[in-house]
Design a protein around this ligand. Structure first.
Ligand SMILES: [Zn+2]
Length: 494
């Protein structure tokens, strides 16, 4: 019906002979139709690069900046949306001032002076200022003020508080992030430093960062504060850049350093298991105590809550966040409901690390979880392939996701299982993927019909029955690694 009507209108215009008839300009949409977050991201264009140039003053939490977005129209475009919360003072599109207004909670609606044809280039320049800690979106404030600076680290929401974007993991882009902060502070982001920090006027120093590979908006981070930095290069010549908040107590600091300094070793091992490391740099940021409550796989450089290190060193969390560089960062979800493709895989990496270090095999961890989660627990009543927003970071996504991968490994054998993981990472490198694509790949490589396995483990909200369960006699003993893995997951579930 709608289609017929549009065709009729187009025909009419052509008959009238208006010059604009060739392109029936239409507005871009305020969302991408994600099943869970329909108004996240925007339709009508595709971003290739963000240039984010900011000044930030921690004492007032004042952020001012200009973000330049390079994009291509994916339809004839009369106007389009960006996702953003701060106050905008001007927008230019293709060198002309553009009209703009806000709509709803996080939509910035931009009307270019001249419409853009499908396939046409967009250069969008947005000037803005604000106090991010006073802005509320999705019911909370993701921007975190710390005693000595700030943290922009969050999932799925974070970009809205510091740069305008097409905020959905299906539109990845490269980034330049350049931030001027008071002398003596560090301003840390993803990737490599195209130039060392530069002193500007009036007591400010500018820090510049560059992400060379496509990066999702939520995986782009900013950490401002007083950090001790360690740098090195890997055997392959990649930058390792680690940052430790100077506010960490010495025992936390030592435990954090004893974990995060092993990032190169851990990612080298992960490269053997998952295939080549996908990015240009490695490292980690350990945030001030009492600020960040979780860890996030921010691209090339995960951010960690200091709480992960309160009981001593914790390599599990380093393994988890860096496994995401393959599963989550390089291969990103096409929609948020596919989140187990991130969390199940990163959790299973912890099991593999436990196995490698003789702290419990993946099978032992599987058996322990299968036997000990009560029958009515969320892990069984939630289908990992469609957890809903309330369980987006729940046990089903993490632990049952990992259990699903273990059942796949048991079914197809180690050779096929690890080939499936490596082929998955290679096939969708720097792109997006879905659960049906993964299950199809597993069937293709193994040559097996795995419908029953995936149906029970991924799609059914009840505890799967396994044939070998009779082998589980008596009370299972927790594998040695389980205390650390489970404490890590309690924090990751945030
Ligand atoms: Zn994770």
């Amino acid at each position: 019906m709608r289609r017929l009507f549009a065709a009729f209108v187009a025909t009419m215009i052509i008959f009238v002979g208006a010059p604009a008839a060739a392109h029936a300009k239409a507005p871009g949409g305020p969302g991408l139709g994600d099943d869970y977050y329909p108004d996240y991201g925007n339709s009508g264009y595709d971003v290739s690069h963000y240039d984010i140039r900011l000044r930030y003053t921690p004492s007032t939490d004042r952020l001012t900046g200009t973000t330049t977005i390079l994009a291509k129209a994916t339809q004839d475009l009369s106007r389009f949306n960006l996702d953003f919360l701060l106050d905008v003072s001007s927008v230019r599109v293709n060198n002309r001032p553009a009209a703009f207004t806000t709509q709803g909670e996080h939509e910035l609606v931009v009307t270019p002076a001249r419409p853009v044809a499908n396939g046409g280039d967009l250069t969008i320049v947005v000037q803005y200022a604000g106090v991010p800690s006073t802005e509320v979106g999705a019911g909370y404030t993701a921007w975190i003020r710390t005693p000595d600076g700030a943290l922009a680290v969050g999932e799925p929401e974070i970009a809205w508080w510091w740069y305008p974007s097409n905020d959905h993991p299906s539109d990845k882009a490269t980034f330049d992030v350049s931030v001027s902060v008071p002398d003596g502070l560090e301003a840390i982001s993803n990737g490599v430093q195209p130039r060392p920090p530069v002193r500007e006027t009036l007591g400010y120093t500018r820090w510049s960062w560059r992400s060379l590979k496509p990066q999702a908006t939520y995986l782009t981070f900013l950490a401002v504060g007083q950090y001790d930095i360690t740098t090195d290069t890997t055997s392959s010549g990649q930058l390792i850049y680690n940052a430790y908040s100077q506010l960490l107590e010495p025992d936390f600091r030592n435990a954090a350093q004893a974990s995060v300094e092993r990032t190169a070793e851990i990612t080298d091992w992960e490269s053997e298991v998952f295939g080549p490391y996908p990015f240009e740099a490695r490292g980690g940021v350990v945030t001030p105590p009492g600020t960040l409550g979780f860890a996030l796989e921010t691209q090339t450089r995960p951010n960690y809550s200091s709480a992960f290190f309160r009981r001593g060193s914790n390599t599990s969390v380093v393994v988890h966040e860096n496994a995401h560089q393959w599963f989550g960062d390089s291969v990103s979800v096409e929609e948020w409901k596919h989140i187990w493709l991130n969390e199940g895989f990163a959790s299973y990496a912890e099991w593999l690390w436990s196995e490698k270090n003789d702290e419990g095999t993946a099978q032992e961890i599987f058996d322990y979880l299968y036997a000990t989660y009560p029958a009515d627990a969320d892990i069984w009543t939630t289908a990992p392939a469609d957890p809903g927003t309330a369980q987006l970071f729940g046990d089903a996504v993490y632990d049952r996701g990992a259990m699903t991968l273990h059942q796949l490994r048991v079914a197809v054998g180690d050779d096929d299982f690890f080939e499936i993981l490596r082929t998955w990472a290679a096939t969708h490198r720097y792109g997006n993927a879905t659960t049906p694509e993964f299950t199809a790949l597993a069937e293709k490589i193994s040559g097996q019909d795995l419908d029953a396995l995936f149906s029970a483990w991924l799609y059914t909200p009840s505890k799967p029955v396994i044939a070998s369960v009779a082998a589980l006699r008596g009370a299972p003993v927790a594998p040695k690694s389980w205390a650390t893995i489970s404490a890590t997951h309690d924090l990751l579930h945030r």
